[in-house]
Design a protein around this ligand. Structure first.
Ligand code: ADP
Ligand code: ZN
Ligand code: ZN
Length: 789
């Protein structure tokens, strides 16, 4: 705890220097006294400290913020100051007049209330900030200041327990009987029960099991037959969960090959990145589980990262069934207390494996030997707020530092990872077939241009999809309806030909600005007037993409009153428990049809789902992001993996105005390689990752003119720092969300074939921007941005 300004703030000790290094100059006034040490054991292990340091450097984030992200939420985060009366203070009450001065009123108050929160006391006394008299009282030793953490959730939960005296462990009752004839039958019972329980029980359990009152225990304590202690109570997130059977399959040939290459790498005890490319349902999870068992056998710990939403309750149960208490789970719907306890079990080495989302990359796993990143292409590995870091890339670096094996698993690897496998940076392992040769779902596009031409009004559902929902239900099978959008509708799409309008320079969709009726590229700031007819086919049916999940649910309820319909989207995601319940209910077959956004496409394994309908896939294709095609390809491929997981064949219907788009064509054909070859060409031609490093600078300002000015200053600074032209600088241009929460947002994009040069230019530019009076707080820097939205 360190005093910064008027506030006490938790701080981190990152190193101890017994001597100052020669030549270090210190400004006395900049030194801070440590007020109090909050932890006895350092919460961050050396390995974790090192990786937080790397993240801070690489992503240009404040180190303290990264360390905070690495610790369980709430740990030391909210500390309040307390004030209590001292012995000296207590004595001085007696000889003072009870209602004379503020000072004696304070002392009387503290004497009756005990320790109080400092702010509460100040308020009670009618002051607004720490008054002078209080500081004087402190100086005189009448009162004492302290600190306490606000949320007890981030402390171990404890309970009272008793233990048989050491020398009585063997034959407690006999000995008690011999040595102490005065034990009552109730005391006898208590000692007996304790003996049977191995000598230790919590007070509560002992009372219950031995049918005694607490006073009996008090007597035993007094007679020194038992001793009292406090024990930690574990808050177990899966305490009452039903665990599934752990099947022991015979691995398929492909699985065996894949597993043995992971094993070989584990035995080699060196850094090894492996890309495990397996279609959905090819048995990747089974390999993860066995690989983690191997790591444990080699006395090494393991980490499994899953995307935000794929961390289903189902997967945690499957892993708990395998690893019991050996696995700690950082589940997104854990309470703070549960999260803290799971983290503590890792820190203490009681659990050797962690399963979790993004921030679990910082988990204190002992002797880490294996990291698994499932669905490595998933954008939720990227934290979209400061510190902006990518857990996948951080995990790879952590594996490198810890000489661990890292397995990147996916049915649709990111372009970057597949490229790394192509160039030999990653070892490539493939699972080409589904288990038991279950066929992949049959995917087909439904051409909405035809439907539109027939109906003459914009349809939400095609007849084909409606009929399919009906037949699926009549066979007692389940349906998923997927809406591919993120509440983003500011672009133009033609209903007659399916075209959206792209920037001639940047290969991304232009964004529609309603105010001045223009189309703008938010990478390079290219402008043009919004057309009234489609520039490609002349049709006047151009439109802005529409419906949300709620409306879709409404429409479906009207159309199919007998279906039990559930919905999952961003809103319900905020209510975690409800979200989890809906998924479990769907898994149990208590919901017939589930409507949701792309998060439904990931990771779940529902055996009775035989139909997936994707509506408004075009919204995803036209997203003003250079990864729009890749995302759409991944989505459709994954969705095809959702249907027909069990023995039933699956069907996927993709409604689109753009059935010839290459991302859709390859996705329908389940042709990853074909898509990769086409997409990588675009990336090379237009200069996008993996061929260049990318950084995004975002200016946020309440005042529009100021925002523009700052962005221009930043641009000038960048141009100046880029004298050797090692970077390409794009913008300033309005961000895709040009106004958000009352702030104007303008962005600049920096591209460079060399990551080092790029950082050098940006660092130099930011420095000179600040030196010229620019306010660095209005600028956020994102290195390797994932979502260009
Ligand atoms: P993925 O993670 O690639 O989607 P899973 O590991 O979940 O695939 O496997 C898909 C299904 O096949 C699961 O129900 C799993 O229990 C089962 N499975 C996995 N491996 C085998 C095997 N060797 N033999 C039989 N069934 C298997
Ligand atoms: Zn058109
Ligand atoms: Zn452009």
């Amino acid at each position: 705890m360190v005093q910064l300004g008027t506030k006490s703030t938790p701080a981190y000790i990152v190193a101890l220097l017994p001597h100052l290094r020669a030549g270090t100059s210190l400004v006395e006034s900049e030194l801070k006294e440590v007020q109090e040490l909050l932890d006895v054991d350092p919460p961050l292990t050396a390995e974790v400290l090192e990786i937080t340091r790397w993240v801070a450097d690489y992503y240009a984030a404040p180190w303290g913020e990264v360390m905070r992200a690495a610790l369980p939420a709430g740990l030391n985060a909210s500390v309040e100051q307390t004030i209590a009366i001292t012995e000296k203070g207590g004595q001085s009450i007696e000889d003072s007049d009870p209602d004379a001065s503020v000072r004696s009123r304070v002392l009387t108050l503290l004497a009756t209330e005990g320790e109080m929160e400092l702010n509460a006391l100040i308020l009670r006394m009618g002051a607004t900030r720490t008054p002078k008299w209080l500081r004087e009282m402190e100086a005189e030793g009448l009162v004492d200041r302290g600190y306490r953490t606000l949320s007890s959730a981030t402390r171990a939960k404890r309970r009272r327990a008793v233990r048989l005296e050491q020398n009585r462990l063997t034959d407690a009752t006999d000995e008690a009987a011999q040595r102490n004839q005065r034990t009552t039958p109730a005391q006898q019972r208590a000692l007996e029960v304790l003996g049977q329980a191995g000598g230790e029980l919590s007070v509560g359990e002992l009372v219950e099991r031995a049918w005694i009152s607490e006073s009996v225990i008090k007597t035993l304590l007094k007679n020194r037959l038992v001793t009292e202690f406090e024990e930690d109570v574990r808050r177990d997130p899966l305490a009452n969960a039903n665990l599934p059977q752990t099947d022991s399959f015979v691995l398929t040939g492909a699985q065996t090959t894949a597993l043995s290459s992971i094993e070989d790498a584990l035995k080699a005890d060196a850094f090894a990145p492996i890309l495990l490319h397996g279609v959905t349902g090819s048995g990747k999870t089974e390999i993860y589980i066995r690989a983690m068992h191997r790591a444990l056998e080699l006395n090494r710990g393991a980490m499994m990262l899953v995307p935000e939403i794929a961390l289903t309750p189902i997967l945690s149960r499957r892993l708990r069934a395998h690893f019991g208490d050996g696995i700690a789970i950082f589940h997104s719907s854990l309470s703070k207390g549960e999260r803290f306890d799971e983290w503590s079990r890792l820190r203490a080495g009681e659990a050797r494996i962690v399963l979790g989302t993004r921030s679990a990359v910082f988990a204190p796993v002992k002797n880490l030997g294996l990291i698994i990143i499932d669905e490595e292409q998933d954008s939720s590995y990227r934290q979209e707020e400061s510190p902006f870091y990518n857990a996948r890339d951080t995990a790879i670096v952590r594996a490198q530092k810890d000489s661990a094996v890292v397995v990147l698993g996916s049915a649709t690897p990111s372009l970057e990872s597949f490229h790394n496998a192509q160039t030999g940076k990653y070892k490539y392992v493939q699972l080409p077939d589904r288990i038991a040769n279950r066929p992949l779902a049959r995917a087909e596009t439904v051409d909405m241009r035809e439907v539109f031409a027939r109906l003459k009004k914009p349809p939400v559902f095609s007849d084909l999809l409606l009929e399919a929902i009906d037949t699926t239900h009549s066979r007692k099978e389940q349906t998923i309806i997927l809406l591919n959008r993120r509440g983003y509708s500011s672009f133009i799409l033609c209903r007659s030909c399916g075209n959206s309008i792209e920037c001639p320079n940047c290969d991304v969709t232009l964004t529609y600005h309603r105010g001045d009726q223009t189309l703008v590229c938010h990478y390079c700031n290219y402008h043009q007037r919004a057309p009234t007819v489609c520039p490609a086919c002349g049709s006047k049916y151009i439109y802005y993409v529409g419906e949300g999940t709620e409306q879709i649910e409404e429409l479906l309820r009207k159309r199919f009153p007998r279906l039990r319909i559930g919905r999952i989207d961003r809103d319900t995601k905020a209510r975690r428990r409800e979200f989890e319940r809906t998924l479990l209910d769907f898994g149990k077959g208590e919901i017939d049809l589930l409507v949701g956004t792309q998060m439904l496409a990931k990771g779940h394994d529902f055996h009775n789902v035989t139909l997936v309908g994707v509506i408004s896939v075009d919204a995803g294709l036209a997203m003003p992001d250079f990864r729009a095609a890749e995302r759409t390809f991944q989505l459709i491929t994954q969705v095809a993996g959702r249907a027909g997981r069990g023995d039933l064949p699956g069907r996927v219907l993709v409604q689109t105005y753009h059935p010839n788009h290459y991302a859709l064509r390859h996705a329908i054909a389940q042709d990853y390689r074909g898509f990769y070859d086409e997409e990588i060409r675009h990336r090379r031609n237009h200069g996008y990752p993996p061929f260049v490093a990318l950084a995004l600078l975002l200016v946020r300002q309440k005042d529009e003119a100021k925002a523009k000015l700052i962005a221009q200053q930043l641009r000038n600074a960048l141009t100046e720092a880029n004298r050797d032209h090692s970077c390409r600088i794009l913008g300033p241009a309005p961000a895709p969300f040009a106004r958000l929460r009352g702030e104007y947002r303008i962005q600049l994009l920096v591209k460079s074939p060399g990551r080092k040069q790029m950082r050098a230019v940006i660092d130099q530019a930011l420095k000179s921007f600040e030196e010229k009076g620019g306010d660095a707080r209005t600028v956020t820097l994102e290195v390797d941005p994932v979502n260009m939205m």
